[in-house]
Design a protein around this ligand. Structure first.
Ligand code: ARG
Length: 467
């Protein structure tokens, strides 16, 4: 009688206490196989480690364990080669794989879920997946660092106008500019590493929420799966998605960095700026205006950041009201997390393509380098070195810039010596040594500045760190 009742909710591992079938609409609403199938490899990796541990503590015989490991490996091959049958009634990837194992092995397969719940299983699978994804992101961040470093070396002799408020400010070496992004990406990488470190604690063994009465060895599983330790509180871990949220934040910051850079290069590639030539291979045309060549890749990198920031927001809102421990809401963590990783990985790949392909138009940049009085601050600092208080020096140079503007002179160096001397007696013939962008750049001294020697040192240091 009992046995027959179970069969009425065919193939549901949790069907024992149910009498009626699940409404099809409920199956459609609650399924996660449509997206969590991406976890198959990690689910199988986790299950193999779990089975080996069960054998270790005599909850499985060695033969049973071998059969399970063999069966799981076959299932993995079936999934990888597209021979695996998915069915909505099997809900998620965990039940698909376990059901397929039971189909193969019968009662032996029915032992795999010993001392385990889908709650600690899904947390483990998602951590394993996220850990691999973080490693992929780190490799891509490094590749993009390498691309920026390459550009820094290619254009080491070019001087750029540096901007604040998108207004011309002071001259900077192009190498200094490109290394700025290498630094941002280095911080992104350190956040990835940090996030990975905190993630790397094993949830499996927490079972549903309270642990298990069975004599499991969690350290054994942790070691097999490359975790640094075992989560200490079963209630905490089965509900913990901090690693997903932290990853989404780390990805959001990467996407934000990429978006700001993309915006800058969209501006730089306009005819008005003409700092950058983007090769045909990374541009698209207009269907109505035959002359157009648009920087769509950069625009999409900027635009896709919205999805990543959205994913972070989704995850924060998802978990904010959840009581301990597992709640089905948590199933909703995967689509935004997967999407954030997919998006950032694609953006990082394409960013490297753009950085490798884009050409800095040194001729066009040089033509207008005399505009904007980029040497004004250097001249002010010259006065400070002559003993003039900073506020006074600022006023004096501001006045000279005003004179240039009144007379339509583009460069401070175009002012006659008299005007310098009148503005401040300390502005003698020595000023010529710091005027003009070349001199202005050479005058820099401080650590981390755009001083040629300093930039060279930073280049060397990065070259040694990035292979
Ligand atoms: N598909 C579920 C998820 O992704 C698996 C865990 C289900 N656990 C449960 N007790 N219903 O979260």
């Amino acid at each position: 009688m009992m046995y027959r009742e179970c069969h009425r909710v065919a193939s549901k591992p949790w069907g024992g206490r149910f009498e009626g079938r699940t409404d099809r609409r409920v199956e459609e609403f609650t399924e996660s196989i449509s997206f969590d199938r991406r976890l198959f490899e990690h689910d199988i990796r986790g299950s193999i480690a779990h089975a080996r541990m069960l054998a270790q503590v005599n909850l499985l015989t060695a033969t049973e364990c071998d059969k399970i490991v063999q069966g799981l490996s076959e299932i993995q091959a079936e999934i990888e080669t597209g021979r695996f049958a998915y069915a909505l009634e099997r809900e998620d990837i965990h039940m698909h794989i376990e059901s397929a194992l039971i189909d193969k092995l019968g009662d032996v397969g029915r032992k795999l879920h010993t001392a385990r719940s889908r709650n600690d299983q899904v947390a483990t699978d998602l951590k394993l997946w996220t850990r691999d994804a973080l490693d992929r992101v780190d490799a891509r961040l490094e590749a993009l660092q390498r691309a920026f470093l390459g550009a820094a070396e290619r254009y080491r002799d070019v001087i750029l106008p540096g901007y604040t408020h998108l207004q011309r400010a002071q001259p900077v070496l192009a190498a200094h500019y490109f290394l700025a992004y290498v630094e941002k990406l280095a911080r992104d990488r350190s956040r990835v590493a940090d996030c990975r470190k905190r993630l790397n604690v094993l949830p499996l063994g927490a079972a549903a929420l309270a642990g298990t009465t069975l004599p499991i060895d969690r350290a054994h599983v942790a070691e097999a799966l490359g975790f640094d330790g075992v989560a200490a509180n079963s209630l905490d871990v089965s509900s913990d998605r901090d690693f997903a949220l932290e990853s989404a934040f780390v990805l959001s910051l990467i996407a934000t960095h990429l978006s700001g850079w993309a915006e800058e290069w969209v501006i730089w590639s306009t005819q008005e700026f003409s700092f950058l030539a983007l090769p045909d291979a990374i541009c698209t045309g207009s269907s109505i205006m035959p002359q157009k060549k648009n920087p769509d890749v950069l625009e999409l990198i900027r635009g896709r950041s919205a999805r990543v920031l959205g994913a972070l927001q989704t995850l924060l809102v998802l978990v904010k009201g959840l009581p301990l421990a597992y709640n089905r809401d948590l199933q909703e963590d995967k689509p935004p997390l997967f999407d954030a990783f997919d998006t950032v990985e694609a953006c990082l790949d394409l960013a490297a393509v753009v950085v490798d392909g884009a050409k800095l138009r040194a001729d066009r940049i040089n033509e207008r380098l005399d505009e904007g009085y980029l040497d004004a601050t250097t001249l002010m600092e010259y006065l400070i070195k002559e003993g003039v208080p900073q506020r006074t020096a600022h006023e004096v140079i501001g006045h000279l810039v005003g004179l240039c503007e009144q007379r339509g002179l583009k460069r401070l160096a175009d002012l006659p010596d008299d005007d310098f001397a009148r503005a401040n007696p300390k502005l003698g013939p020595g000023v010529k040594k710091v005027l003009g962008v070349d001199n202005a750049v050479k005058a820099f001294q401080s650590y981390g500045s755009t001083a040629p020697g300093e930039v060279e040192r930073q280049l060397e240091a990065w070259r040694a760190r990035i292979l």
